[in-house]
Design a protein around this ligand. Sequence first.
Ligand code: ZN
Length: 187
Amino acid sequence: MKATDLLDKERAKYYRKEYAISFSILFLVMLVIVLAILLYIANGENAPAKQKYAEATETISEQQSQIGDLKTQISDLQSQLDAEKAAYNELSNEKSSVEDLTQQAYEEGWQDACWENGIEPDTDDIGGYDYTAHLDDGEDPESPTAYITPSGKRYHLSQSCAGENAIQTTIADASDKGYTPCAKCAQ
Ligand SMILES: [Zn+2]
């Protein structure tokens, strides 16, 4: 074999090898690109799930904060209730002592009346003061005194303003009967 033939043969071998390496690199690069594209697509498909997860997380944190608010409201209401209970207990105690004092005054009045009439007071007869008999007395005991006249349409707070025919009543009663306040003394 001639030296030139040998050289050509070696050259051709070299080119084939180089061609094979280039092709391998190209193939690897394309493989990487394809993998990257697949990864991108997979990630894109996961996007709705990721968004749902983020939304769910947000909803949960909102609801947790709502629960926190409600707990605060409950604890506020609880302390209001405690305060109301305390006030109620205080009023109950006051009512009891008023009832005790009323009963005491009632018994004393009974005994005084007995002594005045020359009767020996028998404590068994005194009994208890009947509170229920005084609960529905009709007229509102807190309604202030007012004066009306049979011919007038106004009620007065001043008896002199009502005049000679003044009849004593209460504002509540006068209002119920259709009387309206006098511009001079009842405004
Ligand atoms: Zn008047």
